[in-house]
Each structure stands twice: as structure tokens, then as C-alpha cells.
Design a protein around this ligand. Structure first.
Ligand SMILES: *[C@@H]1O[C@H](CO)[C@@H](O)[C@H](O)[C@H]1NC(C)=O
Ligand SMILES: *[C@@H]1O[C@H](CO)[C@@H](O)[C@H](O)[C@H]1NC(C)=O
Ligand SMILES: *[C@@H]1O[C@H](CO)[C@@H](O)[C@H](O)[C@H]1NC(C)=O
Ligand SMILES: *[C@@H]1O[C@H](CO)[C@@H](O)[C@H](O)[C@H]1NC(C)=O
Ligand SMILES: *[C@@H]1O[C@H](CO)[C@@H](O)[C@H](O)[C@H]1NC(C)=O
Ligand SMILES: *[C@@H]1O[C@H](CO)[C@@H](O)[C@H](O)[C@H]1NC(C)=O
Ligand SMILES: *[C@@H]1O[C@H](CO)[C@@H](O)[C@H](O)[C@H]1NC(C)=O
Ligand SMILES: *[C@@H]1O[C@H](CO)[C@@H](O)[C@H](O)[C@H]1NC(C)=O
Ligand SMILES: *[C@@H]1O[C@H](CO)[C@@H](O)[C@H](O)[C@H]1NC(C)=O
Ligand SMILES: *[C@@H]1O[C@H](CO)[C@@H](O)[C@H](O)[C@H]1NC(C)=O
Ligand SMILES: *[C@@H]1O[C@H](CO)[C@@H](O)[C@H](O)[C@H]1NC(C)=O
Ligand SMILES: *[C@@H]1O[C@H](CO)[C@@H](O)[C@H](O)[C@H]1NC(C)=O
Ligand SMILES: [Cu+2]
Length: 650
């Protein structure tokens, strides 16, 4: 692997607006070299795993141990351990164990997810939430490539169904476990369980979340990390490994915001977040809400603390698990080395800020080699230009504390300084060309090319909805497009009541009408593996993070203005073209306003695969379509009874 690249790629378009800053005014720090040495010794002996570093330091304990003092974190109580509410996931849970054996023989890893509802206040504002195993955020799922994952999901919600999607996983041969409501499964009804049982043929940083309405915004999400021997080389670049979820956060249950957003006469004005969280923790100043706000706000919220060891290199696996906001993530006084985009390892790139849109992942290495006289801010600056308004209670910089000063209970001082690089004016990705996969995998030549476009518009009954080539997606009731496809293609053998004529219709390539007026399904070839180029045009003024289920795609070109067809057929369409050899592979990319992106995927994975904008509000407005891959294989498939049984209502 090459790790020589050290350029600082600049976002394509920038303005001169400085990020909003809200640093504490006067802080006094008394540093101590001795405490720092004692601490590194203590940490050095214990692999730096956990060690009770959550909100306090357990170094030495000797009465002569010097202390590093300063302004305490907000909400820091007398007894640090008493502060973890029972629904809060222990933050140490997201610190990975560096002794994990990436070479272990394939095994089966079992997890149980019990979905419940309750009340919680990640930032002190109490609201209705959904939990996995009683906690927010959800448990770390960790495995090796080649393992089998078995997750028994039990729905203990009072009234609503649920489903879990494994974001970025191929589900090759198990399309019905992709977890996509109305496409690959019906919801798991209250009181029932579904066992997701699939093998892992890939590695990297992924996540899982409910794919049932906007449910994940209320808490059903968590990280999914897969290791592999192919990681050994990159592991030489870091000493520690941990997950950092970053997300926007709303003080109302998602259904409340959704109903406002989808109400008549509302022209795509998305709900603006109220706050942001890092690993499910965020600070909120209760004085933002008046006494009559209707919110219960406890003034004891605080910042997430990432306790690092001094002079170590930590891989931070950033995952944007939010609804809407893109963040520019930076660490004061520390340069970040990007080594992974979604689950693709890339040649190291040094940056000051990493833009990360909803559902994307980046791994960055942070070297804790700056002064120990202070703690430092990790900042997630929301790109507010992508909001359609202001939310007066929102602090647009979501922060967490990076601590290796020897005192993780104090706020960073004024010596922790944000980078001066301007924030991008649009929600954009890191330049694709700056991210070069460390494993070169040139794309095969294309066999199909489709242009798609989407827009938002006020339609019938003054409702604003998204249109994907004219179709507004809405969820099917009591059936799925996968079930319709399998039954229609397989015929009477599977007890289908579908007529011969529609069965024939479904076998054609291109847009398939038989799924109904709210499903835009593109059928691929029957007897061959298609290599599909999609030229996706945005006819909208916003930015959109698009995600294709079940695949990793190559980003071939992205621009605004006319598409050069001559160049396309000469240099991009064919195999072995130098123009595409270094293309970045990922599963979620950001499409700019009134622009286009050309990407390619290999449709060797039989199933119905959702392609949608990952902004939760836009998905609910209908910004989703589907690819039907290998209908011939689907025709010979039978959906397991437990999955099929979830659709029993119909
Ligand atoms: C950390 O800082 C706090 C607040 O200034 C102080 O009370 C405490 O003694 C310090 N602890 C250590 C271990 O330095
Ligand atoms: C904040 O205060 C509330 C009310 O006293 C308490 O229930 C909760 O556990 C506290 N949360 C934290 C993080 O200390
Ligand atoms: C880390 O993994 C090693 C090897 O599996 C194990 O022995 C050790 O107990 C683990 N440490 C923690 C803190 O879980
Ligand atoms: C899944 O979990 C539920 C609830 O604990 C349990 O009743 C069920 O037996 C489990 N299913 C399997 C296959 O283990
Ligand atoms: C259940 O779904 C309904 C209808 O979508 C929604 O109004 C309600 O808030 C949901 N409740 C929970 C606990 O998810
Ligand atoms: C999981 O799937 C494998 C392969 O189909 C099967 O052998 C195994 O019995 C399944 N396990 C469970 C718990 O369903
Ligand atoms: C919270 O906001 C109030 C009013 O703006 C301000 O006086 C106070 O200092 C803030 N508290 C913190 C901890 O920032
Ligand atoms: C952080 O960087 C700023 C700007 O370069 C510098 O003034 C400051 O002293 C640095 N802080 C520390 C703790 O080194
Ligand atoms: C989608 O719509 C565009 C613009 O009307 C059209 O050029 C394209 O052929 C359509 N794509 C498909 C797959 O029908
Ligand atoms: C699904 O089936 C149930 C039971 O037959 C019925 O009450 C419900 O309306 C159906 N839902 C949809 C969306 O068709
Ligand atoms: C389109 O691409 C061809 C082939 O690469 C090139 O010769 C031509 O100049 C391009 N046209 C425009 C308008 O850029
Ligand atoms: C999916 O499975 C098919 C059939 O076994 C195989 O040809 C293909 O390479 C697999 N694709 C991926 C991405 O693993
Ligand atoms: Cu969108």
C-alpha cells in the first residue's frame, strides 16, 4: 500500500464564512508533565482499552499525583460513575480491542437486538426514543470477513413494526435480509422476531439502522465493523481503533417532524436539527428553551469525551448516523489522515476537515502528539447552507472533547484552536480524485447505461414530493417488490396468483411497470451479469447523499453542465480505460445541486436493491427507486418462510 500522499485537498467551492465558534471564554490550565508520564505508563500497561477513562482518569491514585485542572465540563457531577443513565450506552463500548484476531477461523457471531420504546435525553432534553437492548446508541457489531452474522431482532414496540438494514453489506444470496421495508421485507410486527442470518464477504466500517419509515432517527442505529487480514497493512498506521458516530438530533419524535415536513403547502423545507450528538452524547444549554417550551431539559448534559493515550495514533471510524445534516469534522490543532472512505481503504490523505454526509463513513488517524497542557475540541460543523432556515436553539458546531492531557473532566482551553480553513458553501464530498483506493480495482466495461433524474415539486393536494424519473416512491402494504418479483417470475409453482402477462412483463429489461405506480423498478438482464452505468441528474437546488443497497460502486465522473457523450463512449464506457482505473469505490455519494454523477456497479447480486437519497426526510418524500438484478436467479429463488410470513397481513 502506498501512503505517501500528503496533499490537503480543498473542497471545490468555499466561502469566507468562518465556522460558528463557541469556545468557553476564560479557562485556566495547570499542566503537569509528571501526571502525563504516570498516565502514559498506566495506559501503556493496559492496552488503553477502557480503563475507566470515561469521565475521569484512574491514574496512579497516589496522594502525590499532580492534577491538571481547568474549567470542568458542563454537567460534571461529583460522582462520575453515577452519571450514566440506564439507557445510555457505555462509551467505552465503542473502543475496539486491538488484540482482535483478524486471521481467526471463520465463525458464527450471535447478537440479540430487542427494540423497545422509552424516554431519554442524550443532550438533557427528554423525549420519546427507541432503544436497542435498552440503550442508545446501539451495540457495536464486530466480526471478521468470512464470518456468519446472526442477529435475532425482537420487536417489543407497542404498536409499530420494525426492520434492520445493514448499510453497505452485499447480502449476496440473501436479498430478503437487506431489511428494507416494502422492498425486501415487511416489517417485523410487535411481539415478533426475525433472525437475520447472513455471511460477510467484505470488510471495513459499516453501520446498521432501522429501514422502517424514519424510525432510525429515534435511536435504532449502531456501528458494524468487519475486519479482515487485508487490514493488517493499514493497522501499522495506528495503535488504537474506535468508533465515532456523529449525527444531527431532534428534540421531537421523528413522526412529529415528518408530519410537519410532508404537510400540504410545505415546499421541501426540511426540519432543521435542534442539536448534534457524538456517540449519543451532546451538550445543550437549557436556557435556549423558555419555561413554556413544553420540553423537559436537564441542565446536566455534557460533551462526549474521547480519552486517548498520549503519543499514540488512533483510528477514528467516523460514521454520520444522522437524518439530514452534513458535518465538516475537524480536530483542533491536529491534522487528520484519511485512510478509508465508506469501506474502501484509500491512500493516506492529510486534511484539516473531513466533510461527511448522512450515511457516509470515513476513517481518519489522529496522532495525539500536541501539547498536553489542554484538551482539544473535536468539531462537527454542520453545513448550514444546506438548511432551508434557521433554528434558534441550534449550536451548529457539534463538539466532543479529545483528551490526553491527563484530565478528561476539563473543557479545552483557548489554546485549542480551530483550523482557519473556510467551511464549504455546499454539502460536498472530499474530492473523489484525492481519494485513491489502496487496492486498485479497475471497473469492468459497462454493458448498460441509463440516465435518471429527480426533482421535488408541489403536486396533487399541494403536497411536495420527490420524483425519481417521474415516480414518487411510497411503501407497499403487506407485500414487497422482492416477493412480487419472485412470485411473478417463479409462477404457480410458488402459489402465486400473478397472471402470465405480468410475469412476462417483469422479465423485460428497463423500467418495469407491474410493481405499481409508486415503484420505479429498473430490471437488468436475465442471463448475464450487467455492468451498469447510471448517470444521475439532479434537478433540485439541494445536495443529496445517494446510497445504493447491496453494492459498492465506482464514482466515474461528477460535474454540472452538459455531459460529454463522445468522451463517455471513447474513454469511460470501455474496460481498461485509464480514465476510470483509479476511480473511488464507495456506497454513498453526495450529488450537488443541478449536477450529475456517473457511477458504475456490477449487478451480480440477485435481488431488489434500493437506490435512494439517505436524507430521511427526502426518502419519506419518495426519493427512492430500485434495481432488479438477475431476474433469472430470482425466478429460481424461494424467500424463506419466516421472512415471507411477515407479510401475512395481505
Ligand atoms: C481535573 O480538573 C478538575 C477541574 O479543574 C480538578 O478539580 C481535578 O482535580 C483535575 N483532576 C486531575 C486528575 O488532574
Ligand atoms: C440529569 O439529571 C436528571 C434529573 O435529575 C437525571 O435523571 C439524569 O440522570 C441526569 N443525567 C446525567 C447525564 O447526569
Ligand atoms: C481484547 O482481546 C483479547 C484477545 O481476544 C482478550 O484477551 C482481552 O480480554 C480483550 N480485552 C478486552 C478489554 O476486552
Ligand atoms: C429470538 O429472540 C426472542 C426473544 O428473546 C426469542 O423468543 C426467540 O426464541 C429468539 N429466536 C431464536 C431463533 O433464537
Ligand atoms: C408508530 O407509527 C405511527 C404512524 O406512523 C406514528 O405516528 C407513531 O409515532 C409511531 N410510534 C412509535 C412508538 O414508533
Ligand atoms: C443460518 O444460515 C445457515 C446457512 O443457511 C444455516 O446453516 C444455519 O442453520 C442458520 N442459522 C440459524 C440460527 O438460523
Ligand atoms: C447558557 O445560555 C445562557 C443564556 O445565553 C448563558 O448565560 C450561559 O452562560 C450559557 N451556559 C453555558 C454553560 O454556556
Ligand atoms: C493550536 O494551534 C494554534 C494555532 O496554530 C496555536 O496558537 C496554539 O498554541 C495551539 N495550541 C496548542 C495547545 O498547541
Ligand atoms: C429517466 O428520465 C430521463 C429524462 O426524461 C430519460 O432521459 C431517461 O431515459 C429515463 N430513464 C429511464 C431508465 O427510463
Ligand atoms: C395489510 O393487511 C392488514 C390486514 O389484512 C390490513 O388491515 C391493512 O390495511 C393492510 N395494509 C395495507 C397498507 O394494505
Ligand atoms: C468531449 O470529449 C472529447 C473526447 O475526449 C473531446 O475531444 C471534446 O473536446 C470534448 N468536448 C467538450 C465540449 O469538452
Ligand atoms: C455474488 O454471488 C455471485 C454468485 O455466487 C457471485 O458470482 C458474485 O461474485 C458475488 N458478488 C459479490 C459482490 O460478492
Ligand atoms: Cu435528499
Amino acid at each position: 500500500m502506498t501512503t505517501s500522499q500528503s496533499s490537503l485537498p480543498k473542497p471545490a467551492a468555499t466561502n469566507t464564512k468562518s465556522p460558528p465558534r463557541s469556545r468557553p471564554s476564560v479557562l485556566l490550565i495547570v499542566g503537569s508533565i509528571i501526571a502525563f508520564i504516570l498516565l502514559s505508563l498506566a495506559l501503556g500497561l493496559g492496552l488503553g482499552l477502557g480503563l475507566g477513562l470515561r469521565y475521569h482518569i484512574s491514574a496512579g491514585g497516589s496522594s502525590s499525583t499532580p492534577t491538571t485542572s481547568g474549567t470542568p465540563l458542563p454537567g460534571s457531577g461529583a460522582d462520575p460513575n453515577a452519571r450514566l443513565e440506564d439507557w445510555r450506552l457505555d462509551p467505552n463500548h465503542y473502543v475496539l480491542n486491538m488484540s482482535w484476531d483478524t486471521h481467526a477461523a471463520p465463525t458464527t457471531r450471535h447478537y440479540d437486538f430487542v427494540i423497545t420504546e422509552g424516554r431519554g435525553g442524550p443532550d438533557g432534553v427528554v423525549r420519546d426514543m427507541l432503544f436497542i437492548n435498552g440503550k442508545f446508541p446501539g451495540p457495536l457489531v464486530e466480526a471478521n470477513m468470512g464470518d456468519r452474522l446472526i442477529v435475532n431482532v425482537t420487536n417489543k414496540l407497542r404498536a409499530n413494526a420494525t426492520s434492520i438494514h445493514w448499510h453497505g453489506l452485499y447480502q449476496n444470496g440473501t436479498n430478503w435480509l437487506d431489511g428494507t421495508m416494502g422492498i425486501t421485507q415487511c416489517g417485523i410486527p410487535p411481539g415478533q422476531s426475525l433472525v437475520y442470518n447472513f455471511s460477510l464477504d467484505q470488510f471495513g466500517t459499516y453501520w446498521y439502522h432501522s429501514h422502517y419509515g424514519t424510525q432510525y432517527l429515534d435511536g435504532i442505529l449502531g456501528p458494524l465493523i468487519i475486519h479482515a487480514p487485508a487490514e493488517d497493512e493499514v493497522r501499522k498506521l495506528y495503535d488504537r481503533d474506535r468508533v465515532v458516530l456523529i449525527q444531527d438530533w431532534y428534540h421531537d419524535f421523528s413522526q412529529v417532524n415528518l408530519q410537519t415536513y410532508l404537510a400540504p403547502d410545505n415546499e421541501n423545507t426540511e426540519p432543521i436539527p435542534d442539536n448534534g450528538l457524538v456517540n449519543g452524547v451532546g451538550y445543550f444549554n437549557c436556557s435556549m428553551y423558555g419555561a413554556d417550551s413544553g420540553y423537559t431539559c436537564y441542565d446536566n448534559s455534557t460533551y462526549a469525551v474521547l480519552s486517548l493515550d498520549v503519543n499514540t495514533r488512533t483510528r477514528l471510524r467516523l460514521i454520520n448516523t444522522g437524518a439530514f445534516a452534513e458535518f465538516d469534522v475537524s480536530a483542533d490543532n491536529h491534522t487528520l489522515s484519511v485512510i478509508e472512505a465508506d469501506a474502501t481503504l484509500v491512500n493516506r490523505v492529510l486534511v484539516h476537515r473531513v466533510p461527511i454526509h448522512v450515511a457516509q463513513r470515513y476513517s481518519v488517524i489522529l496522532h495525539s502528539n500536541q501539547s498536553t497542557s489542554t484538551n482539544y475540541w473535536l468539531r462537527g460543523s454542520m453545513i448550514t447552507n444546506c438548511f432551508t432556515g434557521d433554528n434558534p436553539v441550534l449550536d451548529t458546531t457539534t463538539k466532543a472533547v479529545i483528551s490526553y492531557s491527563g484530565n478528561s473532566t476539563i473543557l479545552p482551553s483557548d489554546a485549542s484552536v480551530d483550523w482557519t480553513d473556510a467551511l464549504p458553501i455546499h454539502c460536498i464530498d472530499l474530492e473523489d480524485t484525492a481519494l485513491v483506493p489502496s487496492q486498485q480495482e479497475a471497473p469492468p466495461g459497462a454493458t448498460k447505461m441509463w440516465r435518471l433524474d429527480f426533482s421535488f415539486g408541489i403536486g396533487a393536494m399541494q403536497l411536495d414530493r420527490a420524483k425519481f424519473n417521474g415516480t414518487t416512491w411510497s411503501v407497499l402494504g403487506n407485500t414487497t417488490t422482492l416477493m412480487q418479483a419472485v412470485d411473478g417470475l417463479g409462477g404457480e409453482a410458488q402459489g402465486s396468483s400473478v397472471s402470465n402477462s405480468s410475469r412476462n412483463t417483469w422479465a423485460v429489461e428497463g423500467q418495469v411497470g407491474a410493481f405499481g405506480s409508486n415503484q420505479f423498478v429498473l430490471g437488468l438482464s436475465k442471463d448475464q451479469i450487467d455492468v451498469v452505468d447510471i448517470l444521475l441528474y439532479s434537478l433540485d437546488e439541494g445536495s443529496h447523499p445517494f446510497h445504493l443497497h447491496g453494492h459498492t460502486f465506482w464514482i466515474l465522473q461528477t460535474a454540472s453542465g452538459p455531459f460529454n457523450w463522445t468522451n463517455y463512449y471513447e474513454n469511460i464506457y470501455p474496460a481498461n480505460s485509464p480514465a476510470t482505473a483509479h476511480a473511488l469505490r464507495r456506497d454513498t455519494f453526495t450529488l450537488q445541486p443541478y449536477s450529475w454523477t456517473l457511477f458504475r456497479f456490477v449487478a451480480d447480486n440477485a435481488g431488489l436493491w434500493a437506490f435512494h437519497c439517505h436524507i430521511a426526510w427526502h426518502l419519506e418524500a419518495g426519493l427512492m427507486m430500485q434495481f432488479m438484478s438477475r431476474p433469472d436467479v430470482l425466478a429460481a429463488t424461494s424467500i424463506p418462510g419466516d421472512v415471507r410470513g411477515l407479510c401475512a397481513g395481505g
